[in-house]
Design a protein around this ligand. Structure first.
Ligand code: PMP
Length: 449
């Protein structure tokens, strides 16, 4: 594996950006070593600046469900760019993407485009507060919703009560007064949720959850828990926000909401919706969405919102995803099944004589390696159940896979993404490589440095 050019760029980057990056996890801090600098991508592969190629299981953290430089998306961006990149005025491209989405999301009547998932969530919270006139929000430990002040919060150690946690800031610079209005609750715990509602019910504007939490591993939730949240919140006129920035347009076009027929008041989207360009969105019923300016009093705006290039890319991607009743999703699910079957046949037996094992956690084209003690077959539904030794084992697997031309997320807490450009032989190579690597790893947990 050649590294010269990447290492040189890294030296330069460290002098330009805080920590060398424009988004923290790219710096490889949790797996160690220097990041590789990506030069290009095509289909399921990326190539770094030294010419090494990698089968890419990151898909830019989710947006590229069709793979890199997908021809129709590239064509759409090129064609849009020729006509001018931004006007700050309303365009046809916005209407077309908006219609395409709403025509295929039967439970959404209006949508507003923004530029990132963070922005979508920020606006959703403001809408919920504006609509209810209440201030408090509930979030769940282990869910990530972007870098909004109100949600950069963790359970406050000093304030633990049966009724839930008044949060403390999880980053310096987040005002205490803001997170004092945030309650952080454990996932998969209906009793904790009920207790919080009992104590704070008439002060709570909304509850926000990733219905498929995919930012601290893949913490698959029981449907009954999500349903309980919806029903209990509704009974107290608390709005429910599903943050579908990852799950939206990935589990199927209609995301978790549509697949499970569990419909929240507000959905937030990002990633796939922009076809690889920066787009986020808030969607919901007209009576909710119409609170936004200029129709309603809740303010929200954006110079580059609904940007013509981003709209064209999103349209070209979503058009394919909506096509023929979700043919692409069927293909992705088939790849996911192959991954699971090969994992069970080839990888699972390797742990027979080890102190640790990997449990493959999966929902559609999302997957995660959950590191467990031997014999522990329990499903991890909560961030506290993630084993502390996971990071050390993952770092070794990550670097060995990288050397063999497989690019995984550079953190044990991040999920993997299959994309539609992958073929069966890509999954076979992934499993064969993983098998080789695990064969060489220590059997005892203490032997991981
Ligand atoms: N919500 C969820 C569920 C996410 O996964 C992310 C990003 N990973 C965000 C919000 C924030 O999106 P962005 O990075 O586009 O601001």
């Amino acid at each position: 594996m050649k590294r010269k050019k990447s290492d040189k760029l890294w030296e330069r980057a460290l002098k330009v950006f805080p920590g060398g990056v424009n988004s923290p996890v790219r710096a490889f801090r949790s797996v160690g070593g220097n990041p590789v600098f990506v030069g290009s991508g095509k289909g399921s592969f990326i190539k770094d600046t030294d010419g090494n190629t990698y089968l890419d299981f990151l898909s830019s953290w989710g947006p590229l469900i069709l793979g890199h430089a997908e021809p129709r998306v590239v064509r759409a961006i090129r064609s849009a760019a020729k006509d001018g990149s931004t006007f700050g005025a309303t365009t046809r491209a916005e209407v077309e993407l908006g219609e395409l989405i709403l025509n295929n999301l039967p439970f959404a009547e209006r949508i507003r485009f923004v530029n990132s998932g963070t922005e979508a969530v920020m606006t959703a919270l403001r809408m919920a507060r504006g609509l209810t006139g209440r201030q408090m929000v509930i979030k769940f430990e282990g869910c990530y919703h972007g870098h909004n002040d109100a949600l950069l919060a963790r359970a406050g150690s000093g304030l633990l009560t049966a009724a839930g946690n008044i949060a403390e800031a999880s980053s310096p610079g987040v005002p205490e007064e803001i997170v004092r209005n945030t309650l952080v609750l454990p996932l998969d715990d209906a009793a904790a949720f009920d207790a919080a509602l009992k104590t704070y019910g008439d002060k709570i504007a909304c509850v926000i959850i990733e219905p498929v939490p995919a930012n601290a591993g893949l913490l698959l939730q029981r449907r009954a828990f999500i349903e309980h949240i919806l029903n209990s919140a509704r009974a107290r006129k608390i709005l429910v926000i599903f943050d579908e920035v990852i799950s939206g347009f990935r589990l199927g076009f209609t995301g978790y909401s549509g697949r499970e027929n569990l419909i929240p008041d507000i959905m937030t989207y990002g990633k796939i919706i922009g076809g690889g360009l920066p787009v986020g969105a808030i969607a919901g019923r007209a009576e909710i969405m119409n609170c936004l300016a200029p129709q309603g009093p809740v303010y929200q705006a954006g110079t580059l919102s609904g940007n013509p290039l981003a709209m064209a890319a999103g349209y070209a991607a979503l058009k394919q995803l909506a096509h023929k009743n979700g043919e692409i999703y069927a293909r992705l699910n088939k790849l996911a099944t192959t991954l699971r079957q090969l994992f069970m046949a080839e990888i699972d037996p390797l742990f027979a004589a080890r102190e640790w094992r990997i449990q493959l956690v999966q929902d559609a084209s999302l997957f995660w390696f959950s590191f467990r003690k031997a014999g522990n077959l329990e499903t991890v539904r909560n961030v506290t159940a993630i084993e502390a030794f996971s990071g050390k084992i993952y770092a070794q697997i990550f670097h060995a896979m990288l050397k063999h031309g497989i690019y995984l997320a550079p953190s044990a807490y991040e999920v993997g993404f299959l994309n539609a450009a992958m073929r069966k032989h890509d999954i076979e190579y992934f499993i064969a490589t993983l098998k080789k690597i695990i064969g060489k790893l220590p059997a005892k947990i203490k032997d991981f440095a």
